[in-house]
Ligand binder design. Structure first.
Ligand SMILES: *Cc1c(COP(=O)(O)O)cnc(C)c1O
Ligand SMILES: [Zn+2]
Length: 550
């Protein structure tokens, strides 16, 4: 492995040493590693076949001389999960989730920490400082403990206490700063300077950018496995890369990964980048939308999502802005509420419990699809950057559990238990008939309804069967598709409305079809609600269902 460190301002090239953090010629802190891409392109693809799927399979493109397996915790190699339910719901079938929750400490920061600690260990460094909104410090702490290094972790007092305790558990010294994250970084920097300690510099840390680029390498390998090579190159690129950002280090690194693959001729284009911020702290988004070259600083962030509270992105904004513009991407922001909602949707629809910061990316995805920026045919990769910490309070509201009292001692156990269980008996639940010919859509509707847990769902696979079922069961609500073989939804509706027993049952039409004005007329007055498939988010749908059942 041979590489040089190139200054992004003056182009000066230098050898790498972790503690030398500025360009010897112009003093710039913005530098990056450069490899012999031509030589690596000749050998790497063949070598990959026999290597385990983890971050170290790309070792020729990492700034570590001798990767030390005894420091590894299983970093990298996270799965790329197809989000089939989400795709159905959003009408965008090629959504993939890069599941970075599966890193050793539950966030994508594990890449950064594993590579950086490996470099520091190689250089004989034994102590370091990091300012953090939580996850960086947790991850550095884990790897530092493995490497026998000491970490001073500066965190803002808003970091959830469970996260602080985890940092301390690994043996790091936690220093709580009452102030903004930007102020916390200043204190950490001054502390490191006074003691001459190595300090993490976010997006300016060479090893961090190098570590993050492995996400791009993995995505391309995984998309190629899922979809086959692209027409012109060996590997396949997605159309979009979506990630929630704070300082922007993740997308800057991931972009470098795609750039290197392109330089090596393995891919022929770089996906459009969509960095997403929380509205309460979105300096990059607002500055980009205003067309500014330098970011306007947010002095006091107004988001509950502390992980994303970088108010002053500095030059990272300029670099990221260039990447976003070059790839025809966009910056977007979402409210905390939209993020919590997306977090809930992701858990209910895909079985993925992500932390609020990661959910910001999904809320951004929903917004960009709805706005038509991301097209239904696009292949999209969303980075699910971290696992949830106790944030359910903000998401679930009341009534998320059903209480079953255990039988008292006087009753015989069986009787008491049975009596208790009648409290959760399905016979009492409102009954819904779903008339829908595609099994995927039936499964989706069932899934959305069941996530609430208190409906009895009956399914019919065509109009005629549906009509018979409705006349027999007299349900509380009907969810009806329009385009079906044998007897379509319009005909079913006419029959229902003609009979007194079924005339008053509320109907929600859920259809993928663009309705003509005549068709809308035909439905007029006959149904309670019209939902375009792919266009409804599940809680809106559920609210509609609940309102109609009362
Ligand atoms: C750090 C972090 C982010 C923001 O990442 P940057 O690349 O530093 O902007 C997003 N999500 C989670 C879970 C994080 O830990
Ligand atoms: Zn320079």
């Amino acid at each position: 492995m041979s590489f040089v460190i190139k200054c992004l301002d003056c182009g000066h090239k230098a050898h790498y040493y972790p503690t030398s953090v500025t360009c010897p010629q112009c003093n710039s802190q913005w530098r990056e590693a450069e490899y012999d891409y031509e030589a690596i392109a000749k050998t790497l693809p063949a070598q990959l076949a026999s290597r385990p799927f983890d971050l170290w399979r790309y070792r020729e493109l990492l700034p570590i001389r001798n990767p030390n397996p005894s420091l590894a915790l299983g970093e990298g190699g996270s799965p790329l999960l197809p989000a089939i339910n989400l795709g159905m719901m959003l009408g965008c079938p090629n959504i993939y989730i890069k599941d970075e929750r599966q890193g050793p400490t539950g966030s994508f920061k594990d890449r950064q920490a594993s590579v950086t600690i490996a470099a520091l260990k190689e250089a004989g460094i034994t102590e370091m400082v990091a300012a953090s909104t939580g996850n960086v410090a947790i991850s550095y702490s884990a790897y530092a403990s493995r490497a026998g290094m000491k970490l001073w972790a500066f965190v803002t007092s808003l970091v959830p206490s469970v996260k602080m305790r985890e940092i301390a558990l690994y043996g790091s010294q936690v220093i709580k700063i009452t102030g903004s994250y930007d102020q916390c970084k200043q204190v950490a920097q001054e502390f490191a300077r006074q003691r001459g300690l190595y300090q993490d510099m976010g997006a300016r840390t060479i090893t961090s950018i190098e570590a993050m680029k492995t996400i791009a390498f993995e995505i391309v390998e995984q998309i190629t496995a899922a979809q086959g090579p692209s027409p012109n190159t060996a590997w396949h690129t997605p159309d979009w890369y979506v990630q929630a950002i704070s300082g922007g280090m993740g997308p800057l690194g991931v972009h470098k990964g795609f750039r290197e693959l392109k330089q090596m001729g393995l891919i022929d284009r770089i996906p459009a980048f969509a960095p997403i911020q929380a509205d309460g702290c979105a300096p990059m988004v607002t500055s980009w939308k205003k067309g500014l070259e330098t970011a306007e600083v947010v002095k006091s962030p107004q988001t509950h999502i502390e992980t994303l509270a970088t108010g002053d992105p500095g030059r990272a904004y300029q670099f990221l802005r260039t990447r976003v513009d070059e790839t025809n991407g966009v910056f977007e922001s979402v409210t905390d509420e939209e993020a919590f909602r997306a977090m809930h949707v992701l858990a209910k629809m895909e079985g993925i419990s992500a932390e609020p910061a990661a959910a910001v990316a999904f809320a951004g995805l929903f917004k960009l699809i709805r706005a038509g920026v991301i097209k239904p045919t696009d292949t999209v990769v969303v980075n699910c950057t971290g696992h949830t910490m106790p944030a359910e309070q903000s998401v679930l509201g009341d009534n998320w559990s059903r209480d079953v009292k255990f039988p008292s001692r006087e009753e015989t156990p069986q009787e008491g238990l049975l009596a208790a269980l009648t409290q959760v008996a399905p016979e009492k639940f409102p009954r819904i008939v779903v008339v829908e010919d595609t099994s995927e859509a039936r499964r989706l509707i069932r899934r959305i309804l069941q996530s609430q847990g208190n409906f009895t769902i009956l399914e019919a696979t065509n109009g005629r069967e549906g009509l018979e079922m409705i006349q027999r069961e007299l349900p509380d609500l009907i969810i009806l598709d329009l385009m079906m073989p044998e007897m379509d939804g319009f005909a079913v509706l006419e029959e229902l409305r003609a009979k007194p027993e079924t005339a008053a049952i509320p109907v929600i039409v859920a259809t993928a079809k663009e309705l003509t004005p005549e068709e809308k007329n035909r439905l007029g007055g006959q149904i309670q609600s019209l939902m375009q498939k792919g266009d409804f988010l599940n809680d809106e749908f559920l609210e509609e269902v609940k309102a109609l059942i009362k």
